[in-house]
Write a protein that binds this ligand. Sequence first.
Ligand code: DAT
Ligand code: MG
Length: 153
Amino acid sequence: SHDERTFVMAKPDAVQRGLIGEIVSRIEGKGLKLVAGKFMRIDEELAHEHYGEHEGKPFFDGLVEFITSGPVFAMVWEGDDATRQVRRLMGATDARDAQPGTIRGDLGNDLGHNLIHGSDHEDEGANEREIDLFFDDEELLDWDRDASTWVYE
Ligand code: DAT
Ligand code: MG
């Protein structure tokens, strides 16, 4: 099915560096369908919920500080295997190790400042949880994109 949804966000460093369009463009170009987008600030509470799995780790406070430091562009993308496909486009967590051709590999130079978040495809249900955390149901648009018949056989 082509209707898997995943949560993606251009982090504050991507927004500050003017890379929102580049990030959207790469995911759009891959053939995924945009279902929601929101330019917003993450407050302390949302940051703790979103990154709850990392609470207690040495980098947690810095991570929360970074993600709340400026606006982010939150998105929901849909497509076949969308969660894993976005992770492939993103590249490895540490942008210094990410392969060229990936968003982090081409545009990033740091572990923390790694430009983009995408739901973890190895964490069952993380995509739906994160979509629910950031978006109300009515913010997710139900629409047909004519190009879909040319993306998937
Ligand atoms: P990802 O963003 O690839 O899903 P993650 O969920 O393991 O990676 O970690 C969330 C973010 O936390 C990651 O994008 C950057 C930061 N981070 C992860 N490990 C770190 C570490 N060892 N030191 C500093 N920051 C780290
Ligand atoms: Mg993660």
